[in-house]
Design a protein around this ligand. Structure first.
Ligand code: FAD
Length: 390
C-alpha cells in the first residue's frame, strides 16, 4: 500500500484524494443551510441526489453492481467528513450503504444482487434495514414479526421501529420469524419492496437530534413477498443481520469521530476569538487543556476506527475491533461535544451554534447499531472466548 505519511493511521494517496473531495463537498454544499434544515427537521433530498451523482451512494459496492468498489476505509473516511458538518446526512448515507445495500451485496444470490443493488448504488432510491421492533431492540432475537410460507410467497405480519430512511427507501431488508420456538435460529431475512401489498410506512419519529434524518415504523399486515426475495436459507437471517452490523459499527464510529472533530474545530476557532478577563479564552489554561483532551481522545478514536477498517479490508476477523471503535468513538463524541458547548458558554447552548446540534446528534451513536452496553457485551465475550490477543 502506497502512503504519503507514516504511522498506523497513514492514508494512501487515493484515500487522501477521496477525503479531500468529500471535505470540499461537505463544506461547500452541506454546511450552508445545515442549521436551518435541523431546525425545520428537513431531509437532505437535494444533497442525497448530489451524493448519488458523485457516486457516493455505492462506495463499497463492487463495480459489477454499479458501485465504486472502494474499501471500508474509504467509506469510513467519507462518512467522517460528512459528519463533521452534518450528523443527519452521515446517518442517511451510513444506513443506506452499510445496512440497506451491503446486506444484499454480502448475502444475496446473483439474481438478487443484479436486481436490487444497482438502483441502490445509483441512488435511484435509498435502502433501509428493519431489525428493531417495539419489543426487540438489543434483544433482537426476540423478533415477533412472522413470515408464513404460502406457495411461492411468504406472508409477513408484524411491526418494525426506528427504521432509518424509511420514507425515502425503495427496498427494505427485514427480519421475520419463519419457525417458532427456535430463538434466533428461527429468524429469516427478506427483501421487501416499498410497493409490496400489505406493507406500510408510519410517520417519522420526533427525535432529540438528527432532525434531518428520517426514522419511521414499518407495518406488515399480511404483506406478500415472493419467496425469491428471501435473503439466504430459512433460519440464517439473524446471523446475516449480526454480521452486517459489524461493518456498520465501524461506520457509526466514523460518524461519531466526524461529529467530535467538527465540535473541536468550532471550539478552537471560538476559543481564539472570544475574550474574557482581557485575553482570548484559549489562553486560559482550563480551556486550553480541554482542547488538548478533546484532540487526544479524537486521535485515539481515529486509531481504533482505522484499525477496524484495515482489518476488515484485509479479510481478517474484526468484530471485536469494530465494537471497540464504536464504543470508544461514540462515548468520546459525547464528552467532546459536551466540552465544546462548555467552551462556547451560553452561546453553545443555543440553536444558533453548530455544537448544540452536534451534542444532540452524537447521542445516537451510543444507541444505534448496538448500544454501548451491547458493545461491551460483544467485547467482553470475545475476550473470555479468545483471550486478549496481545
Ligand atoms: C435515530 C435511530 C435510528 C435507528 N435506525 C434503525 C434502523 O435503521 N434499523 C433498525 O433495525 N433499528 C434502528 N434503530 C434502533 C436501534 O438499533 C435500537 O434503538 C437499539 O438497538 C436499542 O434497542 P432499544 O431501543 O429497544 O433499547 P433496549 O434494547 O430496550 O435497551 C434499553 C437499555 O437497556 C440496555 N440493555 C439491554 N439489554 C442489555 C443487556 N443484556 N445488558 C446490559 N444492558 C442492556 C441497553 O443498552 C439500553 O441502555 C434506530 C434507533 C434510533 C434512535
Amino acid at each position: 500500500m502506497e502512503t504519503t505519511a507514516t504511522g498506523p493511521s497513514a492514508l494512501t494517496d487515493d484515500e487522501i484524494l477521496l477525503r479531500d473531495t468529500v471535505r470540499r463537498f461537505a463544506e461547500e454544499r452541506v454546511l450552508p443551510g445545515e442549521l436551518a434544515r435541523d431546525k425545520e427537521c428537513r431531509f437532505h433530498s437535494e444533497l442525497v441526489a448530489e451524493l448519488a451523482e458523485m457516486g457516493f451512494l455505492g462506495i463499497p459496492v463492487p463495480e459489477e453492481y454499479g458501485g465504486a468498489g472502494m474499501t471500508t476505509m474509504c467509506y469510513a473516511l467519507t462518512v467522517e467528513e460528512i459528519a463533521k458538518v452534518s450528523g443527519s446526512l452521515a446517518l442517511t448515507l451510513a444506513a443506506h450503504t452499510s445496512l440497506g445495500t451491503m446486506m444484499i451485496v454480502d448475502f444475496g444470490t446473483e439474481e438478487q444482487k443484479k436486481e436490487f443493488v444497482p438502483p441502490l448504488a445509483a441512488g435511484k432510491y435509498l435502502g433501509a434495514f428493519g431489525l428493531t421492533e417495539p419489543q426487540a431492540g438489543s434483544d433482537s432475537g426476540a423478533t415477533r414479526t412472522v413470515a408464513r410460507r404460502e406457495g411461492d410467497a411468504y406472508v409477513i405480519s408484524g411491526q418494525k421501529s426506528w427504521i432509518t430512511n424509511a420514507s425515502y427507501a425503495g427496498s427494505f431488508v427485514v427480519t421475520a420469524r419463519t419457525s417458532e420456538g427456535r430463538g434466533a435460529d428461527g429468524i429469516s431475512a427478506f427483501i421487501v419492496r416499498r410497493d409490496a401489498p400489505g406493507f406500510a410506512i408510519g410517520k417519522p419519529e420526533k427525535k432529540l437530534g438528527l432532525h434531518s434524518s428520517d426514522s419511521c415504523p414499518l407495518f406488515f399486515d399480511g404483506c406478500r413477498v415472493p419467496a425469491a426475495q428471501r435473503l439466504g436459507p430459512e433460519g440464517e437471517g439473524f446471523k446475516y443481520f449480526m454480521k452486517t452490523l459489524d461493518r456498520g459499527r465501524i461506520i457509526i464510529g466514523a460518524m461519531a469521530l466526524g461529529l467530535a472533530e467538527g465540535a473541536l474545530q468550532r471550539s478552537l476557532q471560538y476559543a481564539k476569538e472570544r475574550k474574557t478577563f482581557g485575553k482570548e479564552i484559549a489562553n486560559h489554561q482550563a480551556i486550553a487543556f480541554k482542547l488538548a483532551d478533546m484532540a487526544t481522545q479524537i486521535e485515539a478514536a481515529r486509531l481504533l476506527i482505522h484499525q477496524a477498517a484495515r482489518k476488515k479490508d484485509a479479510g481478517l476477523p474484526f468484530t471485536r475491533e469494530a465494537a471497540m471503535a464504536k464504543l470508544y468513538a461514540s462515548e468520546m463524541a459525547m464528552r467532546v461535544t459536551s466540552d465544546a458547548i462548555q467552551i462556547h458558554g451560553g452561546y453553545g447552548y443555543t440553536r444558533e451554534y453548530h455544537v448544540e446540534r452536534m451534542y444532540r446528534d452524537a447521542k445516537l451513536c451510543t444507541i444505534g447499531e448496538g448500544t454501548s452496553e451491547v458493545q461491551r457485551l460483544v467485547i467482553s465475550r470475545s475476550l473470555v472466548q479468545d483471550g486478549t490477543g496481545f
